[in-house]
Design a protein around this ligand. Sequence first.
Ligand code: KG4
Ligand code: ZN
Length: 352
Amino acid sequence: MRILAIETSCDETAIALLEAVGGLARPKFKIIENLVASQIKVHAPFGGVVPGLAKREHIKNLPLLLNTIEKKHNLKQADLICVTVGPGLEPALWTGIEFAKGLYKKLKQENQKVRLIGVSHLEGHLYSNLLAGSASRKKNKKGKEMKFPAISLLVSGGHTLLLHMEAMDKYYIIGETRDDAVGEAFDKVARLLGLPYPGGPAIEVLAKKGNADAIAFPRPMLYQKNYDFSFSGLKTSVLYYMRQGAKSAARSTKDIAASFQKAAFEVLVVKTMRASRAFRAKIIFLSGGVAANRTLRASFRAALRAARFRPVPLFSATEFPTDNAAMIGAAGYIAFLRKRGRRLVARGNITM
Ligand code: KG4
Ligand code: ZN
């Protein structure tokens, strides 16, 4: 199946072309093109994403990206067009949806079998793990063997979700953040520390040089017997610490970044490991922008080494953590097979 996927939920305009085979049992992907036009520079002066600007940039970038792909590939052979319908910024989502509809109409004239479906951005992150190795044929010869049950931690700028996956197409949310998403906390703390947007990568770099045990920030909800999270209090602790620190000039920004990061990741790792044990997970999936953080992945690897219920392979989407369209194509393939394509209407707040 040849899939063209479009993603415009936030500040990345992305189009991907991929091939999928294997069905639900053993999905296998070959990424042919995976283009992302990042708007980071446009939004950076505002310290966050400005919806109107995002829309304008998507309108400008979508035809440029499509044109680049059309020059190299014959899109008439596409079987399926997938487009993100939510969650995200509605003006941005509509741009992608309208563009996809236009493209569908055009392709349909010459290729009756082409289909168009809406895809959840969160399912994109969830299934991004299926793409591991798919940029190179060698690594992905047989496709990924999926083992279930799995526990999936999805950590992005908008979401922090813990999911129990019984099967490829059967998942339940078992925990989520009650306030800020972890990526959002990184972005806000970065702003407090005077670091550029997006804050996650900047904090990761700074934290490497700092002492993570310098400041004992709280570990919110760590000991509560549920799988929920909370990061807004942690961010406030950093703010209070900095106000006090201004008087005592106690710690450097590096130490604050490292200590904050350690506190946030400890809660993520401990609660995910707890869920893995409770649900007898055979795999832990890790996805979303924050999964790009090497320290987070190292923390998971260390926790897995120390756990008594080994082996639980960590199956982290190292190549595709931040927003892209290939993951929308992967999720679209699964949704299509399940006959669960979404309506072509922007839905800013869908939960999964
Ligand atoms: O998945 P994503 O690209 O977009 C959303 O769907 O939200 O995630 C973006 C989030 C931002 O909050 C960004 O600061 C965070 O992921 N992020 C990171 C890192 N890279 C991106 N957080 C921590 N460490 C990183 N290396
Ligand atoms: Zn995302």
